[in-house]
Design a protein around this ligand. Structure first.
Ligand SMILES: *Cc1c(COP(=O)(O)O)cnc(C)c1O
Length: 433
């Protein structure tokens, strides 16, 4: 299968080229040429399939031209070696826990899948040309990417993060690994980091000297495997016998867009909720049909502090830019930090469940949708473990949470970062290596 650029000014390319390039030469996002629905029997007997079988069937059409079946199975086995439980919270409300991976963020799956694909491509080519992965993070991407790519031969990783705007644990996860991973600490916001990364991708002088790619969810290898989550959840919730609704806490809208691809593959789920914090560009779009990006605002759900979500264009494209059609499949609501904290507290009080601020936003979005659609079974995605937002969660629920082993192991490692404040410094760093 080929991938085309959403800007339509660049040639179609293979999966491999799309992954290595990250973004098309015309600066468009890559999109699969076709999305062939899976047979009905796949969904009818999904509960008989293992997660690996589900994932293999779902991703096969997109990657099979470049990755042989046996290799794909091997990659998936490495990527999906933890659980994705659907945990009931209230009547008709459950959460899909996506935080059981090595960095306790849902981004582990996409980051590991992309790292394994790039590792395979550079291996099979025996190429001496290293790929440099450049990534901006507002929180969890950095840790997941650092962990997923650690020690992958032929790949160097440079992570930009906004100084003082990620949690202590998040910072340690991306600054303490060493080896092929470097963290650049930027004086500025996440948007500044993202802007520098975008500038680098447009910098011809730089591009002639190195193969740069992105590990943000604009990269198809990070974006597409996220569709597995929805299928794993569908498998577990199907027996509820009600219409299933997913509520996805959203920042760059990659995760929810992957969910909509799962729907396009035939998953019998009719509606999705995109829940955001006060960075409400998409909720406003869904209200007004006007896309008006804004600078991002810092919140307690910092991995979603995005004012111009990069994947929303893929969602619009999936619905041929038909606003009315999109509205029948997607609702979007935004919530303040105050509302998020109240939700955290009440989920804990009523269900003894500790959510994280992102999951709490997802919960709020679901409850809002269920006000007018009570006869549904709602699943909100828990995208990070609450321990990663220790201060705000402990303060809100009034109790201490136990720190899991994965997190403990980074707590006392030494932070190493390089401070930069402008693009010229990023460029200088990349060129001198
Ligand atoms: C990245 C992230 C999100 C947002 O996911 P998108 O695909 O960017 O919409 C939500 N929650 C957490 C914890 C994240 O790390």
């Amino acid at each position: 299968m080929n991938f085309y650029s959403l800007n339509k000014q660049a040639p179609q390319v293979s999966f491999k080229t799309a992954v290595v390039a990250g973004i098309a030469p015309d600066k468009g996002l890559y999109f699969p040429e076709t999305i062939e629905p899976l047979p009905n029997s796949f969904f009818e007997r999904i509960e008989e399939l293992s997660n690996l079988e589900i994932a293999f069937n779902a991703i096969h059409q997109f990657v099979s031209a470049d990755i042989p079946n046996e290799k794909l199975k091997e990659i998936l086995a490495k990527v999906l070696d933890f659980n994705f439980p659907v945990v009931p919270i209230e009547d008709n409300v459950a959460t899909l826990e996506l935080f059981h991976g090595p960095t306790m963020a849902f981004k582990d799956v996409g980051a590991r899948f992309m790292a394994n694909c790039l590792g395979y491509f550079s291996d099979s080519e025996n190429s001496k040309n290293d790929v440099t992965v450049l990534v901006a993070t507002s929180g969890d991407t950095g840790g997941a990417v650092a962990n997923g790519f650690l020690g992958v031969e032929g790949v160097k990783v440079v992570i930009l993060y906004p100084s003082g705007k990620v949690s202590d644990i998040q910072e340690r996860q991306l600054t303490t690994l060493g080896q092929n991973i470097t963290a650049l600490e930027v004086d500025g916001t996440f948007d500044d980091c993202q802007k520098m990364v975008k500038t680098a991708f447009l910098d011809e002088a730089l591009l002639t000297k190195m193969q740069l790619t992105s590990a943000n969810s604009i990269n198809v290898a990070r974006w597409l495997p996220q569709l597995f989550y929805f299928l794993f959840a569908y498998k577990q919730a199907k027996s509820e016998g009600k219409e299933i609704v997913f509520s996805v806490p959203s920042g760059n809208f990659g995760n929810i867009c992957a969910g909509l691809v799962a729907q396009r593959l035939g998953m019998p789920v009719k509606h999705f909720v995109a829940a955001t914090n006060v960075n409400d560009t998409v909720p406003e779009f869904m209200r007004t049909n006007k896309y008006d990006p804004k600078p991002s605002t810092a919140t307690i759900s910092n991995a979603m502090d995005v004012g111009d979500p990069s994947n929303f264009i893929r969602i619009r494209h999936l619905f041929q830019d038909d606003f009315e059609l999109l509205k029948t499949n997607l609702s979007s609501y935004s919530f303040t930090d105050e509302e998020t904290k109240i939700a955290l507290g009440s989920i804990y009080k009523n269900s003894k469940y500790i959510a994280d601020p992102h999951g709490a936003v997802g919960y709020l979005g679901l409850k809002k949708y269920q006000e007018s659609h009570p006869n549904t079974y709602g699943i909100f995605l828990e995208t990070a473990h609450p321990v990663k937002f220790l201060d705000v969660v402990e303060e809100t629920i009034g109790e201490q949470i136990t720190i899991p082993a994965q997190i403990k192991s980074v707590m006392d490692k030494e932070k190493k970062s390089i401070r930069i404040s402008k693009y010229a410094e990023l460029k200088e760093y990349l060129l001198q290596r």
